[in-house]
Design a protein around this ligand. Structure first.
Ligand code: NAD
Length: 473
């Protein structure tokens, strides 16, 4: 029997006012999972009203006036509940996003829980400054909560995106409305139950399921003070333009085409090859910071190709899937484009199995950085290997992209590593490692990969407004 889900507003479950619903599908077996409520403009209006009310109640003792210690205790309670419900949450995430249960249970859940615990711990780091500019005045700054934050998230890591936005927003004393991706709404709804169980006041966390129109209504609503968005560059640009009408604060975590530079003096080529394959093929390449452009110095180029071909086949065993038929068609189309452009296919290139939307781990070599497959975000398991010679060419190729989310480089020369790191236009640079993340490590891009940071204390501060206070002595 198909599951039917409602909207979560003011700690209550309710159908959308229009009674509209849409269906979600398990991408691994193409079976229907749920009929999900679609929030319209009236539902957005209601959610913003209750969230604003929960926020405004601060003077009478609701969310924002809880002490930092109290907010920390409640966030800690959420983390405990996530531990208790880890199997259930991992099952939902695997079904919804087409991940293996192992990846959801062993990779995603522990990281999500650690993000919540991190923000429960750093709440005390919201601190102002005491300023001494004139003997006649006492001056200081306060970091205050902004108000109603709308988080709009994508389908690739639904729960991780949910906690990456909700935890710092709540830690800083804001109230939130989450609009999860229409393909993967279920983990956000499962989390809603935990917020009630943990004792969060009504209206502090709300979840509106729906598609682009729901997101747009949140962006346009004057009662929403900040949009925290993760998704495609195309939608990010629309959101920035729409949010500008009411001068809302916006943070944008967008797409990428990250370079992974392997110099000939790499300490351990085998380790670099494994990391390169993992970066591109894990979760079928649906990771924003995947190192999809592998730049390999000529002296180790052949050796890299042989090892990468052999390693890539491991990823066809795990039988992951892309999120939808549309995404499968998009990735297959890019594979055809790569062949037409004259890139050479080393391995892969076909659909994986007959059920679900998986694609074989695919490697193109002798790719030119100007080709579309090297410039456009494919968001599938497609690696482009590009040969280079020397540091200067590596830097030029790495930066020759509209994106700037992440980059990795491999060398045994620490001076060179430092020089190249500084020259790379990128939000993150990994040296002799790749795809390392931590709740304390700010993550976000430059150029068309967006602006603003998720994670770290930087993200916590982005959910606050600085007030300057001056007292005449
Ligand atoms: P998407 O941009 O299509 O959708 C993301 C979210 O935006 C969804 O919830 C969608 O309903 C909503 N949306 C769509 N149009 C909207 C509009 N006009 N106004 C308001 N909301 C709207 O992205 P996707 O296809 O779900 O995810 C894949 C993309 O996300 C990739 O480009 C990937 O690189 C990016 N991504 C980036 C990061 C990062 O941290 N930089 C992390 C994960 C994914």
């Amino acid at each position: 029997m198909e599951l039917v889900t409602d909207l979560f507003i003011n700690n209550e479950w309710r159908a959308s006012i229009s009674k509209q619903r849409f269906q979600t599908v398990n991408p691994a077996n193409e079976q229907a999972i749920a009929m999900v409520a679609e929030a319209g403009v009236e539902d957005v209006e209601l959610a913003v009203q209750v969230a604003s009310c929960a926020f405004a109640l601060q003077s009478t003792g609701a969310w924002s006036t809880l002490t930092a210690k109290e907010r920390s205790r409640l966030l800690g309670r959420i983390a405990d509940l996530m531990e208790e419900h880890r199997e259930e949450l991992a099952t939902i995430e695997a079904l919804d996003a087409g991940k293996s249960y192992r990846a959801a249970f062993e990779d995603d859940l522990p990281f999500c829980i650690s993000i919540i615990r991190y923000y429960a711990g750093v709440i005390g780091q919201i601190e102002g400054k005491y300023l001494q500019f004139h003997h006649a005045y006492t001056a200081y700054t306060r970091h205050e909560a902004i108000g109603v934050v709308a988080a709009i998230t994508p389908w690739n890591y639904p729960l991780m995106m949910f906690v990456s936005k909700v935890a710092p927003a709540l830690a800083a004393g804001n109230v939130v409305i989450v609009k999860p991706a229409e393909e993967t709404p279920l983990s956000a709804l499962a989390m809603s139950k935990l917020f009630v169980k943990a004792g969060f006041p009504a209206g502090v966390v709300n979840v509106l399921t729906g598609g682009p129109a729901t997101g747009e209504a949140l962006v346009e609503h004057p009662g929403v003070q900040k949009i925290a968005f993760t998704g495609s560059t195309e939608v990010g640009k629309k959101i920035a333009a729409n949010a500008a009408k009411s001068l809302k604060r916006v943070s944008l975590e967008l797409g990428g085409k990250s370079p992974n530079i392997i110099f000939a003096d790499v300490l351990n080529l085998e380790e670099a090859v494994s990391a390169a394959c993992n970066s591109v093929f894990y979760h079928q390449g649906q990771t924003c910071c995947a190192g999809t452009r592998v730049l390999v110095e000529k002296n180790v180029y052949q050796n890299f190709l042989e090892q990468a071909k052999s390693k890539s086949s491991d990823y066809n065993q795990e039988k992951g899937t892309l999120i939808s038929k549309k995404q499968l068609e998009r990735v297959c189309n890019y594979i055809s484009i790569g062949k037409e452009e004259g890139a050479k296919l080393l391995c892969g290139g076909k659909q994986l199995g007959s059920v679900g939307f998986g694609v074989e781990a695919t490697i193109f070599y002798d790719v030119k950085n100007s080709m579309r497959i090297a410039q456009e975000e494919i968001f599938g398991p497609v690696m482009c290997v590009i040969p280079f010679e020397g540091e200067e060419e590596a830097i030029a190729l790495a930066n020759d992209t509209q994106y700037g989310l992440a980059a990795a480089l491999w060398t045994s020369d620490s001076m060179k590593a430092n020089r190249v790191m500084r020259a790379l236009k990128s939000g993150t640079v990994w040296i002799n490692c790749s795809d390392i993340s931590d709740p304390s490590l700010p993550f976000g891009g430059v150029k068309m990969s967006g602006y603003g940071k998720d994670l770290g204390v930087d993200s916590l501060q982005s959910y606050t407004e600085v007030k300057s206070v001056v007292l005449k002595n």
